[in-house]
Design a protein around this ligand. Structure first.
Ligand code: SUG
Length: 443
């Protein structure tokens, strides 16, 4: 059976804005209060999806969540018409309004953790939606994420869906952004890397060891199939609020910064022992400082297996890195990347994409996608309305051009007319994607 990795990218919402909500995420803090361009953001996201698709990979997407999340305001005691509850929230608690308007579900790497059927005892693909307990604006994503995943991966014979972990921050789970899977190649059983944090001196850790252990339990992974690694406090305090800001794994390659993990030398030695064919590409701090890594998001790249293999059919030169343009603009980072491509490892291609609107909230190319490894049968059993084709990308671009603003200030969220604009756009999307009355406001 042949397995393919499908990247499901988050379609960026009409409500994309810079409210500075994320603690420990330097970009979010630094851009707080600036004017965003939701239309440009969504088109940049779609252009990235198109590029990955044109490389020959299967590309999927997840729809945006319903923002403003009026159901959350209602659950918090606001009542009356939609217009009234927006006006009341704007008057009583502008901070709350920013939270229920966040477009943060675009960062699908945080949507869930996934174990492919190759690795699970019941032979199903397992999905664990992340509880995202560390931040209010993100924790309200969990239930809708679960609904979206069930909508797209509906066949119970093929897919197993878990509920988000209970227990709030004690079991704080931020999804695949702190999880990687190493394997000889996509068709073989994997070794799961779960990276957890411990509070730093400056910032709290978002991903808890207890959550990572629970994910491994939910998936039925054996002790030999999972390793639990502590993220370095230095990285956390420098602004790597998720491990995918300092490292990425694909098949037999681990590409990471020298200061990603606590006790990194020992951790890497153990991994190499467990997996002799592992190719580790470790960027020395001397060449790429943690600050350069975090401002350029060099490691928040998509490390992808290119469908065309080397001339011998073997893996050499078979991978590409989809990077943010910020990594091209930083000379030290770019020089280092050049040395990676010239080095003795499978990475042969650098693809730079402009995802600046998302980057300004701390989300690079890798944050924007959820990786799902699927067999041919599982891919066929996936809702095809969420698998991109060139005509579908065109349709989505038209939808964005029709419904999205090109300027949005956090103060604009106070206007009930903007809420109606967002909901009208989502209503049109459900028609485009044949989703029925998917969102709560439609029921
Ligand atoms: O959770 N930003 C997100 C960025 C998530 C990036 N994901 C990964 N690294 N996988 C976060 O910090 C900012 C929203 C705002 O400030 O309005 C925000 O939530």
């Amino acid at each position: 059976m042949t397995y393919k990795e499908v990247n499901f990218d988050g379609l960026i919402s009409p409500a994309h804005n810079y409210a500075g909500l994320a603690l420990g995420n330097l970009a979010s803090k630094n851009n707080q209060g600036s004017v965003s361009n939701p239309r440009e953001g969504a088109l940049q996201g779609l252009a990235k999806m198109r590029s990955v698709m044109e490389l020959g990979l299967v590309q999927g997407f997840l729809p945006p969540q319903d923002r403003p999340a009026l159901h959350i305001l209602r659950a918090l005691g606001f009542s009356g018409t939609d217009t009234k509850i927006i006006n009341d929230a704007a008057r009583d608690n502008a901070g709350l309004l920013a939270n229920i308007y966040s477009a943060s579900s675009m960062w699908c790497a945080n949507a869930a953790t996934i174990a492919p059927s190759l690795d699970t005892p019941d032979g199903k693909v397992h999905f664990l939606p992340a509880n995202l307990a560390s931040h209010f604006h993100r924790t309200i994503e969990a239930q809708t994420t679960a609904d979206i995943l069930r909508h797209i991966f509906a066949d119970e014979k093929l897919f197993a869906h878990h509920v988000p972990l209970p227990g709030g921050v004690h079991f704080g789970d931020e999804g695949a952004a702190n999880h990687g899977r190493l394997c000889e190649e996509h068709n073989s059983k994997g070794l799961h890397l779960f990276v957890y944090g411990v509070n730093g001196d400056k910032y709290p850790a978002r991903q808890r060891l207890e959550a990572s252990q629970s994910a491994a339990r939910c998936f039925g992974l054996g002790a030999e199939d999972a390793v639990f690694i502590q993220q370095s406090k230095a990285a956390l305090d420098a602004g790597a609020f998720h491990n995918d800001v300092v490292g990425v794994a694909n098949e037999n390659v681990l590409f990471l910064h020298e200061q990603s993990f606590e006790n990194q030398k020992e951790v890497l030695q153990n991994l190499q022992l467990k997996m002799p064919q592992l190719s580790i590409i470790e960027a020395p701090t001397q060449q790429v400082s943690l600050d350069d890594a975090i401002s350029s998001y060099i490691f928040n790249s998509q490390l992808i297996t290119l469908p065309t293999r080397g001339p011998t059919g073997g893996p050499t030169g078979s991978m590409g890195l989809v990077l943010p343009s910020e990594a091209q603009e930083n000379q030290r980072v770019h020089d280092y990347l050049q040395s990676v491509v010239e080095g003795d490892n499978p990475v042969s291609q650098l693809i730079f994409k402009n995802v600046r609107e998302s980057m300004r909230n701390g989300g690079g190319p890798a944050c924007l996608r959820l990786r799902v490894l699927l067999s041919e049968q599982e891919l066929a059993g996936t809702n095809q309305n969420f698998i991109l084709t060139p005509p579908l990308i065109d349709k989505l671009e038209n939808w964005v051009n029709e419904h999205y603003r090109d300027q949005l200030h956090p103060d604009d969220l106070r206007d009930p007319a903007f809420a109606m604009e967002c909901l009208t756009a989502l209503d049109a999307l459900t028609q485009l994607l044949d989703m029925g009355a998917f969102y709560r406001f439609q029921r």
